[in-house]
Design a protein around this ligand. Structure first.
Ligand code: NAP
Length: 200
């Protein structure tokens, strides 16, 4: 398994990192303030998770981005072309403290996000549950906790589903961004915050 890059080390970035660290998967996690500021966090995330720069994280084969909506342009500026690499959009177009939905001019948030990561194969995932649900044991009530994913590239989606399965969750492919992105968009879609378990 390749090293995962994580841009954003807040509630979602750190919860995702903890989940993959628990499975012994290697990752580089980054924030806006640089690796020094992440020393304490990575100690809690396990030996396979290292702190790095935004550029180092964004250079990995699979990159998860979990940054406040308004800060995404800055967080993704000046990075090398993604050149077909997989980028997971875990973001939602709303943020503290006002929780006012962002103006998307009729587009889906992942369509807006996609413009910020040229050359990437974007898969929307890890955005529909609160961070504490990513930290809970995905084996739940005799089944597996569900994570949704969607995207326009089947191979990229298979890669993300592989990661979801490795973490012990049950991945459900919701189809293209135009369909799945809409269903899991928060606010607006019907699926965010639904904690579902696949039995059997
Ligand atoms: N919290 C939830 O319940 C939840 C659930 C699903 C999805 N989401 C989505 O996930 C995303 C992150 O949410 P969160 O709750 O994790 O936010 P958060 O706790 O505020 O963390 C945001 C992270 O983004 C980093 N960041 C900001 N500007 C950056 C830049 N220029 N370069 C690199 N990193 C930068 C911050 O780093 P610094 O601290 O160094 O600035 C911080 O680590 C949002 O889009 C949110 O909508 C959140």
């Amino acid at each position: 398994m390749q090293t995962i890059g994580i841009v954003g080390a807040g509630a979602i970035g750190a919860a995702f990192a903890k989940a993959i660290g628990n499975k012994g998967i290697e990752a580089i996690i980054s924030n806006s303030r640089g690796p020094e500021s992440l020393k304490e966090l990575v100690r809690e995330l396990g030996p396979t998770i290292k702190a790095g720069t935004r550029q180092e994280a964004a250079s990995q084969e699979i990159v998860l981005v979990a940054v406040n909506w308004s800060k995404l342009p800055e967080a993704l500026a000046g990075l090398p072309d993604f050149d077909g690499r997989i980028v997971i959009d875990a973001n939602n177009p709303i943020e503290a403290p006002l929780f006012r939905p962002a103006e998307l001019h009729g587009r889906l948030s992942t369509e807006v996000f996609r413009d910020l990561v040229p050359g990437a194969r974007v898969v929307k995932a890890f955005n529909h549950l609160q961070p504490q649900m990513l930290l809970k044991d995905p084996a739940s009530d005799g089944g597996k906790r569900v994570l949704f994913y969607s995207g326009d590239d089947d191979q990229a989606k298979a890669g993300v589903n592989g990661l979801i399965s490795q973490l012990g969750f049950f991945g459900i492919d919701l189809g293209s961004i135009s369909i799945g992105g809409k269903l899991t968009q928060f606010p607006g879609g019907p699926l965010p915050a639904l904690d579902l378990v696949k039995l059997g």
